[in-house]
Design a protein around this ligand. Structure first.
Ligand code: SF4
Ligand code: SF4
Length: 116
């Protein structure tokens, strides 16, 4: 018997539990843009532009494609989708990315204010 699932686009904060797919599964591809994973980030990468050599190593290692590159240069982080895993900071050979968390991080203030 084929398992029923709810399309990811139909799942939102007011969905009832019985409207969700079993186990919270997302069963179709290409849905990452629907979920702003940055909302549950607990630490945040900070780009130190003066140390960056534009080697672009950080771009492909980000599991959420939260570092965009254009014309051979990386931009800042897309914090709507960065989940704070720190992989980019580990890979950067020039120390141009620092992970910060809590009150130390200026980006976190908005997200903290939104939480209950
Ligand atoms: S912390 Fe993780 S999710 Fe955020 S930009 Fe770096 S690699 Fe991507
Ligand atoms: S890995 Fe580091 S030096 Fe290379 S582009 Fe990314 S931030 Fe810049």
């Amino acid at each position: 018997m084929k398992q029923k699932y709810t399309p990811a686009a139909d799942i939102h904060e007011t969905s009832n539990w019985y409207e969700l797919s079993p186990g919270g599964m997302v069963c179709e591809p290409g849905t990452a843009l629907l979920t702003k994973t940055g909302a549950w980030r607990t630490s945040t990468p900070v780009f130190i532009e003066e140390k960056c050599k534009q080697c672009l190593l950080c771009v492909p290692v980000c599991p959420d494609c939260a570092i965009h590159a254009k014309d051979g240069k990386r931009g800042n982080f897309d914090l709507d989708y960065c989940k704070g895993c720190g992989i980019c900071a580990k890979y950067c050979p020039f120390g141009a990315i620092e992970m910060r968390g809590g009150k130390e991080c200026p980006y976190m203030k908005g997200f903290r204010a939104m939480r209950p």
